[in-house]
Structures are given as C-alpha cells and as structure tokens.
Design a protein around this ligand. Structure first.
Ligand SMILES: NC(=O)c1ccc[n+]([C@@H]2O[C@H](COP(=O)([O-])OP(=O)(O)OC[C@H]3O[C@@H](n4cnc5c(N)ncnc54)[C@H](OP(=O)(O)O)[C@@H]3O)[C@@H](O)[C@H]2O)c1
Length: 309
C-alpha cells in the first residue's frame, strides 16, 4: 500500500551512548520501537502505565536481543501527577535524553475523562515539556510524536475546545481525530520553541497496523466486532513494519542531514503533508495555550518555569 520501504531495521545507525524513552513501549509498535533502539545499543526506557505489562515487555526485549540496558518507567498519561512523577523519576537519574518517542495512544474508546477531568483521548504533552531541558542539553536529539491519518476525522474547525469534555458532542472517532490532530499541531508549536537548537521534532502516521489498538472499539461497540477486526487484521501491516516510521524519525541520519523539523511522515519514512487543519498555525497556538493553561490550573502556575530556559 505504501510502496517500497525507504527505511528498514538495518538502516538504524549504532546508538551506543544514546538514551531513549518510548511511551507505550509495552506492546504494538511502541514495543518494536523500543526493542530495535535497544538492539542498536541505546539505553531504552519502556514507559508504560502498567507495571506488570511494562516489566514483562522489558524482560521480553532483553531476552530477544540479549541486551541489558532496557528499563521500565511507570507513566500513566491519564494522570498529570503520574506524568510529573514519571518525568521527575527519569530526571533524578541525571541521564541524557537523546530520543523521546511519544507513541502511547488509545483509539475510538467510549467517553471517559482522566483523573484530572480531561477527556482521555485528548492527552496533553506535559511529559515532553518537563523533559525538554534535558532533551535540549543532550542535542543532537529527537522528539517523535506518533499521530495518525485519522487526524482528518475532525469536526469543522478542527478542535472544538469548548466541547472536548461534552460526552455527546463528538463520535469516538472524532475524539480520536482531534487527539491525533493535536499531536501534529503540538509538533509545530513545539518546533517554534526549539528554533536555534539541534532538537529535531517530527510527527508521523505509522500506517494501518495489526496491534492492540482496536481494544477501544471492542470495549465501545461490543464483542460482535471482533470477527470483523480479525478479518481486517489480515490486511494490515505487522507491528515490525508499523514501527519503521517511528524508527526513521527517531534515528535516521537523513532527519539531520535534510534538517527535517515539524514534518509529517508516512510509511516507511516518506514525507507527506497533513490536512489543512494540521498546518493551521493559529489553531496550533490556541492548542498550546489551552493545554498549558489546563496544566497550570491543575499543577500550579510555576510548573513550566524551568522548562523553556
Ligand atoms: N495501529 C494502527 O493502525 C495505528 C494507526 C495510526 C496511528 N497509530 C498510533 O500508533 C500509536 C501506537 O499504537 P499501537 O497501534 O501500537 O497500539 P497498542 O498496541 O494499543 O499500543 C498502545 C500503547 O499505548 C499505551 N497507552 C494507552 N493509554 C496509555 C496511558 N494512559 N498511559 C500510558 N500508556 C498508555 C498502551 O498501554 P497498555 O498496554 O497499558 O494499554 C500501549 O502500550 C498510537 O499513538 C496510535 O494512535 C496506530
């Protein structure tokens, strides 16, 4: 469907001395991303909400590739306090951070809110911002935001900020679409704050992949959908192929050589242009201010005081 592979595992350069965090690294394309970074000698943190699932992924990776520098980092994106605690736990280690892959996600779930009362498909990027000083100090470094071509399933206007917490305002796919559009807009606005640095921040659609992502649809619509998903699964990419665009953005020397910043990639590491809303600078700024205010409201005004220095 996406043609010849522009990037394969063998193209990942040696990552000795590099430190990486992969959110949602316990399964799906996050697992493969973490595994392949570790295979090329990066010190990898599998950031996962479930201790059990996270630790068993770490053990599996270590066993599969016979490397030890893989660790579990507890991170539940459904709680701002967990995000803050997770970033602090990592920062306390006083390591560098060369690669952050913001991969965790849910799709088409029924309406739920996070512990902080924010609609749960609409994550805010607090984790990245708290790690930013270290990412900058570790440059050249990369931030990879995993979006989706589902960023086009949005209501008119792109993101309806005043309706995000209204359970009846949007379909489950519109909630997903808005969160994936937010990934792209966040990439743009963050990139502006990275000007003059060697931090390369990009976003991507990884392809349609056979992973556990459809769990949300089963919970939302019922088990009758399972046989249908099994048949569809047959035509989807494997998680190995689905991780290639993550790995391209995280490691390919081309990103620095071609000075790719705030770009949107599709499989397998091919440049693409997002929807018009995905290029809307005003919407990106609005999202940034909205998210920042929301976090400040919950965690205090000085939460970002040291992050942009
Ligand atoms: N699969 C596709 O066809 C497809 C298409 C386009 C975009 N994507 C994007 O690719 C990314 C990876 O998806 P995938 O297909 O690999 O799905 P997956 O197999 O369901 O993996 C999703 C990962 O995100 C984690 N996660 C979910 N909510 C979390 C939270 N609150 N805190 C911390 N971690 C959380 C999950 O942890 P648990 O295991 O604990 O739930 C899991 O590790 C997502 O951002 C998705 O939107 C996927």
């Amino acid at each position: 469907m996406f043609g010849k592979k522009h990037f394969v595992f063998d193209d990942i350069p040696d990552l000795s001395g590099k430190v990486a965090i992969v959110t949602g690294g316990n399964t799906g394309i996050g697992f493969v991303t973490a595994r392949e970074l570790a295979r090329k000698n990066a010190h990898v943190f599998v950031a996962s909400r479930s201790k059990e699932r996270g630790e068993s992924a770490v053990e599996l990776i270590k066993k599969e590739i016979n490397k030890d520098a893989v660790e579990f980092l507890q991170l539940d994106l459904n709680s701002l306090n967990s995000i803050k605690h997770s970033a602090e736990t990592f920062l306390a280690r006083k390591l560098s951070l060369h690669i952050l892959v913001n991969n965790a996600g849910i799709m088409a779930t029924s309406f739920e809110t996070t512990q902080d009362g924010i609609q749960d498909q609409f994550g805010v990027k607090l984790f990245t911002i708290l790690l930013l000083p270290t990412i900058k100090a570790s440059a050249p470094s990369r931030i990879v935001n995993v979006s989706s071509n589902g960023h086009t399933f949005v209501p008119s206007g792109g993101i309806e900020f005043d309706k995000l917490n209204d359970p009846n305002a949007h379909t489950s796919f519109q909630r997903y679409g808005q969160s994936k559009l937010a990934n792209i807009l966040f990439t743009h606005e963050l990139n502006k704050r990275l000007s003059g640095t060697n931090v390369y921040c990009n976003c991507l659609h990884p392809g349609a992949i056979n992973t556990e992502l459809t769990r949300g649809m089963v919970d939302n619509w019922g088990f009758w959908i399972k046989p249908f998903l099994s048949v569809v699964g047959f035509f989807l990419l494997t998680p190995d192929d689905g991780a290639l665009t993550n790995l391209y953005c995280a490691t390919s020397p081309e990103i620095e050589e071609k000075n790719y910043r705030a770009r949107y990639f599709i499989p397998f590491g091919k440049l693409e242009v997002p929807s018009d809303y995905g290029k809307d600078e005003e919407l990106a700024k609005k999202l940034w201010d909205f998210s920042e205010n929301l976090v400040k409201e919950k965690l205090g005004d000085d939460i970002f005081s040291k992050c942009y220095a």
